[in-house]
Design a protein around this ligand. Structure first.
Ligand code: NAP
Length: 246
């Protein structure tokens, strides 16, 4: 479904990003696997992609750092000469009650979840505007659309993604660039592995489909939005949460 397309997935070393990179490669995209700390995990993603007979490169960059994002896009330009799909997936989560949240925790999430998405989108849009085509897919969260007890700072960083997505879709539509967000519910990754068992059980009991989501559940919706199936979808926030009641 992605034959001839070049796709950058930020934070593709683990979790949802990893599943997205693998599914895109299976669908014949040329994938750029961005990572920051987990080089061995990124190498494993490259090996799995190579085993599928597809082409991928890894690029280390901290998405919150403008110099590193610029360098990453320079590398993409020289390697592929174009970028068709950007998946702004890299993100961190720190949970705390409003009254317990330190300002440095708020800043940490803002830097990666918000500024990282903003910087990568700016750089990608520059290339996509020249091409007069492109797709940008951003990872929000059900807590960014509905709020969540004990997650004021994280959910605010994910609400940022909603406003950003809707506005960027309006600005970039004239260049044939579609911008959408995905709002996953509870997905089984490193991000959620340390949840207390009773919290996990309670959350899953509120999911109509009765199970936790997998990274592949989210990757399939990214694939839909990135492929011709999603040609006329833009400015949307698509829930992938098994009908989770918040
Ligand atoms: P994860 O398993 O913890 O993986 C996070 C990924 O982000 C890793 O590959 C990590 O790379 C990368 N990353 C973190 N900081 C980075 C930085 N500064 N620069 C570049 N890459 C960075 O998380 P996940 O669960 O897959 O989450 C992916 C996205 O989905 C996040 O935006 C998250 O907010 C969102 N989401 C997740 C859930 C869930 O339940 N899991 C629900 C809703 C939304 P390195 O290890 O290489 O540093």
């Amino acid at each position: 479904m992605l034959q001839g397309k070049v796709m950058l997935v930020t934070g593709a070393s683990r979790g949802i990003g990893r599943a997205t990179a693998l599914l895109a490669a299976e669908n014949h995209a040329q994938v750029i696997v961005n990572y920051n700390n987990s080089e061995a995990a990124a190498d494993e993603v490259l090996d799995l992609i190579a085993a599928k007979g597809s082409n991928a490169i890894k690029v280390k960059a901290d998405v919150s750092r403008e110099d590193e994002v610029k360098r990453m896009f320079k590398e993409i330009k020289s390697e592929f000469g174009r970028l068709d799909i950007l998946v702004n997936n890299a993100g961190i989560m720190r949970n705390n009650l409003l009254m317990m949240t330190r300002i440095d925790e708020l800043h940490g999430m803002y830097e990666i979840n918000c500024k990282g998405t903003f910087l990568c989108s700016q750089m990608a849009a520059k290339m996509m505007m020249k091409q007069n085509s492109g797709r940008i897919i951003n990872l929000s969260s059900i807590v960014g659309t509905h709020g969540s007890h004990g997650q004021t700072a994280y959910s605010a960083s994910k609400s940022f993604i909603v406003g950003f997505t809707r506005s960027a879709a309006k600005e970039l539509g004239r260049y044939n660039i579609a911008v959408n967000a995905i709002a996953p519910g509870l997905i089984a990754t490193d991000l959620t592995k340390d949840l207390a068992e009773e919290v996990r059980t309670e959350l899953i009991s509120n999911v109509a489909l009765g199970r936790i989501g997998t990274p592949e559940d989210v990757a399939k919706v990214v694939l839909f939005l990135a492929s011709p199936l999603g040609d006329y979808v833009s400015g949307q926030v698509i829930g992938v949460d098994g009908c989770q009641i918040m």
